[in-house]
Design a protein around this ligand. Structure first.
Ligand code: NAP
Ligand code: ZN
Ligand code: ZN
Length: 351
């Protein structure tokens, strides 16, 4: 298999800062699309992976799965995308395409394991996949999304992960006009959850630890903000929500949020991966037919549906543009919740 060397930014170990390196991309196969990466969003998962928070990171690692770019080459069997198109690549670059999940357009739940855009297995090169903190990427046409032309390309990048990760549960739990939705945590995922839920006609509440985010949350579309560290405020809203989207990246007590669910309500975890501590109390679940569930990103068809929904409703992410060289500072700021509300890397800075 022929390869091309491209510039990238990645981590050599869990303790190392991210730095410039070279990586190999496969040459374009008949069904492949090559894009020059223009913008890449910075997801908290990038940080978790660079620092091996979840275990299993293969080094060196190149994060980035909120990619927007211009098509520079297509394979001879590519039919739906042409050179010059503005396209997106999210968290998935491959899956088996044959299992029950894949056949239902649920590639994110591929029974044989989906291939992540980074830290996945690049089957053609028998190496790990490298993400969007790089000049170019080569991806099978099936996993390449069309970007609506009316939206700002840089502000679209975060839709490819933060957008779809919150859109998918909103759709799955059938949020509609008048639904009562709450979002926990106002970061990259949280601010998209507010905008998308609002776009679907829901009444939206934000739970935040940060008192300074109230005005912003309201500008983003929240009808109400509850400071989650204020027990009095938490007690004031028992039994209200049909759906809670919890985006908090670290372990936290879910029980106070379960108390705010309505009968038949569901709290969906999208942020924290790991054991709950403290554990859930079963009585409120049983006595209110409540659920605690999880959800991971979204399938390719649903990601395109989300992009088209955003195009129609003029929804994009609130971004702070950074250079590639700013990434280590950006990670530190993200850990302090000091980002309004997504960093996006201008990839021209890598040249
Ligand atoms: P982010 O921008 O850092 O936002 C997380 C927000 O959670 C913060 O802004 C903060 O909001 C709140 N928060 C942070 N630390 C907290 C703590 N220790 N306790 C309570 N609240 C805390 O992160 P993100 O990019 O939105 O990602 C959120 C999580 O989702 C990450 O763990 C990421 O890996 C995961 N993720 C999952 C999927 C999926 O498919 N399920 C996809 C993408 C990302 P306030 O200041 O408002 O409290
Ligand atoms: Zn992500
Ligand atoms: Zn599959």
């Amino acid at each position: 298999m022929q390869t091309t060397k491209v510039k990238a930014f990645g981590a050599a170990s869990s303790e190392a800062d991210l730095d410039q390196m070279n990586i190999l991309r496969r040459s374009v196969l008949p069904k492949d699309v090559e894009l020059e990466i223009l913008y890449c969003g910075v997801c908290h998962s990038d940080l978790h992976t660079a620092r091996n928070d979840w275990g299993g990171t293969i080094y060196p690692t190149v994060p980035g799965h909120e990619i927007v770019g211009k098509v520079t080459q297509v394979g001879e069997e590519v039919s739906s995308i042409k050179v010059g198109d503005l396209v997106g690549v999210g968290c998935l670059v491959d899956s088996c395409r044959t299992c029950e999940s894949c056949k239902k357009d649920l590639e994110q739940y591929c029974l044989n394991g989906f291939t992540g855009t980074y830290n996945g297995h690049e089957k053609y090169l028998d190496a790990q996949t490298f993400g969007g903190y790089s000049e170019k990427i080569v991806v099978d046409e099936h996993f390449v999304l069309k970007v609506p032309e009316n939206l700002d390309a840089a502000a679209v990048a975060p839709l490819l992960c933060a957008g779809i990760t919150t859109y998918s549960p909103l759709r799955h739990w059938k949020v509609k006009e008048g639904s009562k939705v709450a979002v926990v945590g106002l970061g990259g995922l949280g601010h998209m959850a507010i905008k998308l839920a609002k776009g679907m006609g829901a009444e939206v509440t934000l739970f935040s630890r940060s008192k300074g985010k109230t005005a912003d949350a309201k500008k983003l579309g929240a009808d109400e903000v509850i400071i989650s560290t204020d027990a009095q405020q938490m007690k004031s809203i028992k039994g209200k929500f049909d759906l809670i989207i919890d985006t908090v990246p670290y372990v936290h007590d879910l029980n106070p949020y379960v108390a705010t669910l309505n009968i038949n309500g569901t709290l969906v975890l999208v942020g924290y991966l790991g054991e709950l501590d403290p554990m859930l109390h079963s009585v409120p679940l049983i006595m209110g037919r409540k659920s605690v569930a999880g959800s991971v990103i979204g399938g390719i068809a649903e990601t395109q549906e989300m992009l088209d929904f955003c195009g129609k409703h003029n929804i994009v992410s609130e971004i702070e543009m950074i250079t590639m060289q700013d990434i280590n500072t950006a990670y530190e700021r993200m850990l302090k919740s000091d980002v309004k509300y997504r960093f996006v890397i201008d990839m021209a800075s890598l040249k």
